[in-house]
Each structure stands twice: as structure tokens, then as C-alpha cells.
Design a protein around this ligand. Structure first.
Ligand SMILES: C[S@@+](CC[C@H](N)C(=O)[O-])C[C@H]1O[C@@H](n2cnc3c(N)ncnc32)[C@H](O)[C@@H]1O
Length: 380
């Protein structure tokens, strides 16, 4: 395997470039990567119209949307309600007039005090009273819209501005509450709908098929050998607890909509840890993992085997992953996952290092360097 530094692609592995892109920026997904990373991999893999690209950890749908723009078929799965929802809304076709009419209708609606009913104390702390009133009022109005596509479009606009008007601040794996002046929600919603309508009007897309759904990357509803390429980024070891940091969106917008998150998050199922430890040691040549690390790699081992099942011969894979940082040192996830890939029947051809950071203990004491890498594999 070739290991090369590629710092000029570092920003592409973040959501930052997407913030200015129409449709891509409808939902801010902190853990996402950029459209341009997907475009470059499509080019590098020489994918052609009609090919199918899979993102087993699709997040807010960047891979799927980029593929749709390039005329490639795509499929994506995730366990996070808000991510699956955003990916679905961003990859649909719309009737512009229906959206316009529904948006106007919504903004014309006369405010009525909503019932705060089952909102948790945490959510109540995350907003000032007027904002929460507005959020619940608009949410309940939008729920009455009959057309699924129109309703979801309006709801995504509301989710977007709700988080901009909240006191919640996502700091790594936790949500902090910081009171500060917030803009009026109704005004922001009007502006957001205007932007989103403008995006729908001007967005250049194709009619390529795109399937997004709730699903676990370890067991995907896809036939054997049906995928030509995989462009994805799994959760990073000990980095993000997605379910926790999107809990406000989940409680306010998804509890009543049948989008219940799965419990099986990568790295969060320590039950099988002991029996897996020996197996992993043989595959990776690494021993002495802590239980969390063993759980993570044992889950990722399942994912890699599943990827081998669904990938056709000659398929190409691009996987962005970060290494683990613990007080007693760094875990090189990029190298370990590449070894697992070889074991599962892939050729791990390249490891491109995009980013390097100090891993510290107690915030100051350096214990090693963590890499964020792009792994390039193909079916052997
Ligand atoms: C690094 S993010 C991917 C972001 C995505 N590339 C984007 O640009 O939006 C990893 C994603 O994996 C999802 N995830 C965690 N466990 C999963 C599982 N078992 N199956 C499928 N998705 C999972 C998380 O909810 C999260 O959205």
C-alpha cells in the first residue's frame, strides 16, 4: 500500500466548501465532507453514467447529491433521522409552483399559541420562549401539508432556521447551551424559503435514480455485486456521538414522523467485544485495544465484509476516516481498516494523508499525531 501526503485535499474532507453551495447547504451537517471531494473521486474512478455509487454512511447526502448531478445512480443509508431526512429532501425533484404556493401559505398563517406538551426541559432551555412558540407553531402547520415532498421541503427549511435561532451550540460530542440574542424565527424562515426556492430553480441536476433510507451499514438491503463504487466516511473512532448531538432536531421534528433511529451505532455495541478481540488481533496484527476500540473495529469489520458482498469485481472505494485519539496514545484506524480490507478481499492500494493533528492528554500533553486519511481500495 502506498502512503502519501495530500494536504491540498484537507478542506475537501470537511463540510466547509458545501456551506456556499446551493442545495448542499440546506442542512448543516458538521461531520459531512464536500461535494468537490466526491466530484474528484468520480473522476479518479472514471465512473460513467449508469454506474451505481453507494454511501453506506450517507449523512446529509453529499455523495448522493453529487452523483445525481453527474448522472450516476446512487444508494445511501444512515441511522440518524435528521441525516436521512436531509439527504432525502436534497435529492428529490420538485414542482416549483407547489413549493412557492405552500411557502406563501405558511408564512401568511396567523400565529396561535402552540401546546408545549411533551417538549423536554432540555429543549425548553435551548430556546427563548417566543422562538420555541414559533418553532412548534410552524412545525404543526407544516405537518398538515398533504403533499409529502412539499411538506418535507418546508420542514427542512424550518429545521435549518430553528437551529440558527437556538441557544444550542454543538461542541464536539456535546451540546452546550449559551444564551445570546437570536434573530426572529419567522423572518429567517421567510429568507430560508426564498433561498431554497431559488436553489430549486437554478440547480443543475440529472434524473439519475437515488435511493436513500434508514439502514445499518453492516447489513444493507442491496443485492450481491450491485455496486460499482463506494464513496463514504464512517464515524470516527471515539469522535462523535451523532445521536446525542442531533437530539434537539430528533425530539422536535422526528419523534412523531416514524423515523425512529436505529440503536446500532458503529462503536456502541460492546456486548460482542470479548469474542471479537481474538478475531481482530489475527486480522489486524494489533492487540491490546480498549473495549470501545474493539467494538468499533468489530463493527467496521462487519461493514467491510458487507461492502465486499455488494461490490462487483473491479469496484473502486474511497473512504475518509480519522484516527482515534486516547489519553494513552493514538489508534491508527486508517492502517487497521486497510488491513481489514485486504483480509476481506479488497486491494488497499493507497492511503492519502489529508490532515495531521496533535493528539493530546489533558488538552496540553502531546501523546501522538492523528491523521485524517482518504483510503483508496478496489475489489481484488
Ligand atoms: C462521518 S458521517 C458521514 C457524513 C457524510 N459523508 C456527509 O457528507 O454528510 C458518518 C455517518 O454514519 C452514520 N452512522 C453511524 N452508524 C451507522 C450505521 N451502523 N449504519 C449506517 N450509518 C451509520 C452517522 O449517523 C453519520 O451520519
Amino acid at each position: 500500500m502506498i502512503m502519501k501526503e495530500k494536504p491540498e485535499w484537507a478542506e475537501l474532507a470537511t463540510f466547509v466548501p458545501n456551506k456556499k453551495l446551493p442545495v448542499y447547504n440546506w442542512f448543516y451537517y458538521k461531520e459531512g465532507f464536500s461535494r468537490d471531494l466526491v466530484f474528484r473521486l468520480i473522476e479518479k474512478f472514471k465512473l460513467e453514467k449508469g454506474d451505481t455509487v453507494l454511501d453506506p454512511f450517507c449523512g446529509a447526502g453529499t455523495t448522493l447529491l453529487a452523483c445525481r448531478q453527474k448522472g450516476l445512480e446512487s444508494a445511501g443509508f444512515d441511522v440518524q433521522s435528521s441525516a436521512v431526512f436531509a439527504a432525502t429532501v436534497k435529492t428529490r425533484d420538485y414542482d416549483l409552483n407547489a413549493l412557492d404556493d405552500a411557502g406563501k401559505e405558511l408564512l401568511k398563517a396567523r400565529f396561535e399559541k402552540p401546546d408545549w406538551g411533551t417538549t423536554s426541559a432540555f429543549v425548553r432551555r435551548a430556546f427563548n420562549g417566543h422562538t420555541l412558540d414559533d418553532v412548534l407553531f410552524f412545525r404543526d402547520r407544516i405537518m398538515q401539508v398533504r403533499d409529502n415532498a412539499v411538506r418535507d421541503f418546508l420542514m427542512l427549511a424550518l429545521i435549518n432556521v430553528t437551529m440558527k435561532c437556538s441557544y444550542a451550540w454543538k461542541d464536539g460530542a456535546v451540546i452546550k447551551i449559551r444564551k445570546h440574542p437570536v434573530p426572529p424565527l419567522r423572518k429567517l424562515l421567510k429568507r430560508q424559503l426564498r433561498y431554497m426556492l431559488r436553489d430549486v430553480k437554478g440547480f443543475r441536476c440529472t434524473e439519475a435514480g437515488c435511493r436513500v433510507g434508514f439502514g445499518d451499514a453492516r447489513k444493507m438491503k442491496l443485492p450481491d455485486s450491485s455496486v460499482d463504487a463506494v464513496i463514504t466516511s464512517p464515524p470516527y473512532l471515539n469522535k462523535i456521538e451523532y445521536a446525542k448531538i442531533y437530539s434537539i432536531e430528533d425530539e422536535l421534528f422526528f419523534s412523531g414522523m416514524g423515523l425512529t433511529p436505529l440503536r446500532s451505532h458503529i462503536g456502541m455495541n460492546p456486548d460482542r467485544v470479548l469474542e471479537e478481540e481474538n478475531k481482530l488481533e489475527k486480522i489486524t496484527d494489533v492487540s491490546g485495544f480498549n473495549p470501545q476500540t474493539t467494538a468499533y473495529f468489530s463493527d467496521m469489520h462487519e461493514v467491510i465484509k458487507e461492502l465486499r458482498r455488494v461490490c462487483r469485481d473491479g469496484a473502486k472505494l474511497g473512504i475518509v476516516v480519522g484516527n482515534g485519539c486516547f489519553p494513552d496514545g493514538v489508534v491508527d484506524s486508517d492502517v487497521i481498516l486497510s488491513r481489514m480490507a485486504e483480509h476481506a478481499g479488497f486491494k488497499a492500494s493507497e492511503l492519502l494523508v489529508l490532515n495531521k493533528r496533535w493528539c493530546t492528554r489533558n488538552r496540553v500533553e502531546k501523546v501522538g499525531i492523528t491523521r485524517e486519511s482518504l483510503l483508496l481500495w478496489e475489489t481484488a
